[in-house]
Design a protein around this ligand. Structure first.
Ligand code: ADP
Ligand code: AMP
Length: 215
């Protein structure tokens, strides 16, 4: 299974990805998680990405395309892409790599959420820096406040989940990323999901959509 999850920051891509990969045994390839790991390791890529990530802008396409093509090649039995592609040139770069490998994407899952729902999701988000599990202070609480359920230790609040950076990320999404859905329109099946519902209801719709595509 090869899927691409699209949607604004805070739409629930990471949350739904975790559930999809569990059910379909695929790799979760989150460009944001990979960049954060590069930053934590102090790599050259991580250092180059830092200022873009802190401000809520996009890391340059050439860096991201190389990074994600490498990740895709390391997941031969399937993956769910989360946060990539975020621009039309990134989508084109991915298509070129897929063509070279004789592969294709099975479906695009687009999570639709109004901007008005995003701020509280992102400012309430808490993440595990070790396993990447995502929680929310109200919508998806960990069993013990502030601690990852997978015994990894304390949860953190992302530096880019502050109101002003969230506002910039939403603007970036509308200006540069929303067009990616149009790019895929006649290329792959697109599942459009109402993600402005409770998390389990979104998962149920995603699973039902994927099953109907497989029939
Ligand atoms: P993305 O990966 O698209 O940026 P996340 O999956 O990290 O989004 O979700 C952002 C925050 O919103 C998290 O704190 C998550 O727990 C919460 N969340 C995700 N989906 C929903 C939903 N359907 N309703 C309410 N909160 C949600
Ligand atoms: P995310 O974890 O998906 O919210 O991404 C966090 C930040 O990483 C974004 O605000 C960008 O600065 C950067 N980033 C992640 N994915 C991409 C991408 N595909 N293209 C450019 N920048 C990205």
């Amino acid at each position: 299974m090869r899927l691409i999850l699209l949607g604004p920051p805070g739409a629930g891509k990471g949350t739904q990805c975790k559930r999809i990969i569990e059910k379909y045994q695929a790799a979760h390839l989150s460009s944001g998680d990979i960049l954060r790991a590069e930053r934590a390791a102090g790599s050259e890529l991580g250092q180059k990405a830092q200022s873009y990530m802190d401000s809520g802008g996009l890391v340059p396409d050439d860096l991201i395309i190389d990074m994600m093509i490498k990740a895709v090649k390391q997941a031969p039995s399937g993956y769910v892409l989360d946060g990539f592609p975020r621009t039309v040139p990134q989508a084109e770069g991915l298509d070129q790599a897929l063509n070279r490998a004789g592969e294709k994407i099975d479906a695009i899952v687009e999570l639709q959420v109004p901007d008005s729902a995003i701020l509280s999701r992102m400012t309430g988000r808490r993440s595990c820096p070790k396993c990447g599990q995502v929680y929310h202070v109200e919508n998806l609480k960990p069993k013990v406040e502030g601690q990852c359920d997978n015994s990894c230790g304390p949860l953190v609040q992302r530096k880019d989940d502050t109101p002003d950076v969230v506002e910039h990320r939403l603007k970036t999404y509308h200006e540069q990323t929303a067009a990616v859905v149009g790019y895929y329109k006649d290329k792959y099946p697109i599942l459009t999901i109402n993600a402005d519902q409770p998390i389990d209801a979104v998962t149920a719709d995603v699973f039902a959509g994927l099953e109907s595509l497989a029939r």
